[in-house]
Unconditional design. Structure first.
Length: 324
């Protein structure tokens, strides 16, 4: 079945939010701790929607609820709002909208804490190579057609630098935005991956690190491994690519998006890895939601919408009008 670009954009935002909420249940858990909290694995929302995730009961920073989205979705929406308001992507407009975000603003998340402490929408970060930029950059890929690689890469950087100005962070953001753009255009999996690698290589060439280019190579190596394995299981992936650092988190999300065929399957696999599971599930879920809109679990999304009230469908339609 063919899908319109608007349907793909809706699928993308639904996949991001659903992956974020499902993945939050295991975020930060080691393999041992994941087995302790979820001895039978995670198969969806493990508990009543809106109730506190058991391991967050009494958490002094935030008692995360089942079905609640994190700063990943909050800041994706902020980037979308900036684009809809200004019809372009600038770090100042993105910074303006992100200053309204409240989740995960504490010293434990240094990049966000520094940004909010500065209280300057035009601020440009000093370094930071984490995946915080890649998880919010999908609206840049939604705005620009995949024929506009330079605008995608430039826009990804603009959306990144308020909090993440490191070379790896910008490359990850560019790759993610490019993958989303190609997916919305209806590209096949290998084309989506190729375009993401091209965007990452372009970003690393324009804003290099002292260590040299590494991101596009990491994605390619991971995907080659996945294609040789007889099946993808969380246990096997975790041994080699546990998502706890920049060169596994975003490359892993792109790798899953290139070999799986539904947001639901990628979200569950990422969630059962542990580590930065919500970021991997969110990025992969967004790309696959755009590629295969029917592969987003509708019941999960209903839970996400009932708990958070994001109204992502209206947001997607507003973004779609700008792309056209």
């Amino acid at each position: 079945m063919g899908f319109t670009s608007t349907e793909r954009i809706i699928g993308c935002l639904k996949g991001i939010a659903t992956g974020d909420a499902i993945g939050k249940q295991t975020e930060g858990l080691s393999r041992l701790d994941l087995a302790r909290w979820y001895p039978n694995g995670v198969h969806g929302f493990e508990g009543a929607p809106g109730s506190i995730i058991p391991r967050y009961v009494g958490n002094s920073k935030h008692e995360w609820r089942i079905g609640e989205t994190t700063d990943d979705t909050e800041r994706t929406i902020a980037v979308a709002r900036a684009i809809i308001t200004d019809r372009s992507v600038t770090h100042r407009s993105v910074g303006r909208e992100m200053l309204e975000c409240r989740k995960s603003v504490h010293p434990g998340v240094k990049s966000l804490w520094e940004f909010h402490q500065a209280d300057d929408p035009a601020r440009i970060a000093d370094g930071h190579d984490g995946c915080g930029a890649a998880i919010r950059v999908a609206p840049v890929g939604i705005l620009h057609s995949s024929q506009r690689l330079d605008q995608i890469v430039t826009g990804a950087r603009e959306a990144s630098i308020p909090t993440h100005a490191g070379s790896l962070a910008i490359a990850g953001a560019a790759a993610t935005a490019a993958a989303v753009s190609a997916a919305v255009d209806g590209a096949r999996a290998h084309e989506v991956l190729r375009f993401a690698e091209e965007a990452a290589a372009c970003a690393e060439a324009r804003w290099p690190s002292s260590a040299g280019p590494a991101f596009a190579k990491a994605v390619r190596s991971m995907v080659e491994d996945f294609r040789q394995w007889p099946d993808l299981r969380a246990e096997r992936i975790a041994v080699r690519y546990f998502p706890d650092r920049p060169l596994t988190i975003v490359p892993l999300a792109l790798g899953l998006a290139s070999v799986l065929q539904s947001a639901e399957s990628a979200i569950l696999l990422a969630t059962n890895l542990g580590g930065d599971s919500d970021s991997v599930a969110s990025i992969a879920g967004g790309i696959l939601g755009a590629m295969y809109p029917g592969g987003v679990n509708a019941q999960w999304y209903d839970v996400v919408e009932s708990v958070n009230g994001h109204d992502l469908i209206s947001l997607a339609r507003n973004l779609s009008r700008l792309r056209h």
